[in-house]
Design a protein around this ligand. Structure first.
Ligand code: ATP
Ligand code: MG
Ligand code: MG
Length: 300
């Protein structure tokens, strides 16, 4: 049964990720627009379990989910290898036939449509436009909203693990919505580091310890430090940005005057402040003086 096409009119693709596609769709009965994320998966991804239990003004609102069968499909062995669905396949079949018959399940997640675009787009627009004094004020407000969402995620004993401007969206009210809980995981209570073996998170926003197996919610605080840095400073080209992100220790030295970001980017997780503490600090923080955010020539 094809619930996607029976309940929704698919309008257009909004984005493509590593595990599937996100579409803009119209709910036929309600006549409302939604974002529908399609994930190719054999098991129920954590993403939906996490999202369905979150309810916060700065987190993408969840509506429903369902599993949908795509029916049997034949594909060549090479293609099959490529999409890495090898697990659970009859190996003999794979060895002796040139084609493989598979039955893929897709999980669909119906969420709020965030038409305001991503924070990546916002930052890019601000960086190519002439410097504006209002950037400082807007950045502070977005930083406050992102922190509010992250504080809530951490209060639910979860770690997002993939905070980056591409995964931060804007809702219809113009406010921040944190999305993409594809890598979210449980944080533990007693302050002990949790062992995780998967290689996850976008490398350029990853905290140094995240390449290993022992880390906790402070990896989110590190990623936030980089996001705040990009929010408040004009950084030129993508190439320059990548360089900046890769040499995070250098940033730590460059932003001496902005103590708050420096502590967030500390290589020692225990030295980074909690999201809840940052929220209070941010209220007092006015950042660099007006006009001084335009540090277009900042290089590393
Ligand atoms: P990645 O592999 O990059 O992490 P992903 O497969 O996990 O991607 P998402 O990050 O959830 O998928 O979504 C991919 C893109 O789709 C986003 O960057 C965004 O542009 C768009 N998108 C996702 N959710 C929404 C939404 N609720 N409203 C509008 N656009 C969205
Ligand atoms: Mg994403
Ligand atoms: Mg993702």
């Amino acid at each position: 049964f094809d619930r996607f096409n029976s309940d929704f009119d698919c309008i257009e693709p909004l984005g493509k990720g590593s595990y599937g596609c996100v579409y803009k769709a119209r709910h036929k009965v309600l006549d409302q627009y939604r974002a529908i994320k399609e994930i190719r998966s054999k098991d129920l991804p954590r993403e939906v379990l996490v999202l369905a239990n979150l309810d916060h003004p700065n987190i993408v609102r969840y509506f429903s989910c369902w599993l949908q069968d795509t029916g049997y499909k034949y594909m060549t062995k090479t293609l099959y290898h490529k999409i890495e669905l090898i697990k659970g396949v009859d190996l003999l079949l794979l060895l002796f036939s040139s084609e493989v018959k598979i039955n893929t399940k897709f999980l669909f997640i119906e969420m709020e449509l965030c038409e305001g675009g991503t924070l990546r787009r916002w930052i890019h627009k601000k960086n190519i436009a002439p410097a504006e004094n209002s950037r400082q004020r807007q950045s502070l407000e977005f930083a406050r909203q992102i922190l509010s969402g992250v504080e809530y995620i951490h209060s639910k004993k979860l770690i997002h693990r993939d905070l980056k401007p591409e995964n931060i969206l804007f809702g219809q009210d113009g406010n921040v919505r944190i999305g993409d809980f594809g890598l979210a995981t449980q944080d533990n209570d007693d302050g002990e580091l949790v062992e995780r073996t998967e290689d996850s998170g976008t490398r350029s926003y990853m905290a140094p310890e995240q390449v290993g197996v022992n880390y906790d919610r402070k990896v989110d605080v590190f990623a936030l430090g980089l996001i705040f840095f990009e929010l408040f400073w004009r950084i030129g080209t993508g190439h320059e940005r990548i360089k900046v992100c890769k040499t995070t220790c250098t940033i730590g030295e460059r932003v001496n005057d902005v103590h708050i970001i420096k502590t967030m980017l500390s290589t020692k997780p225990e030295a980074r402040p909690e999201a809840s503490a940052l929220k209070t600090e941010l209220k007092r923080w006015t950042g660099t003086p007006e006009g001084n955010t335009d540090q277009g020539n900042l290089t590393v």
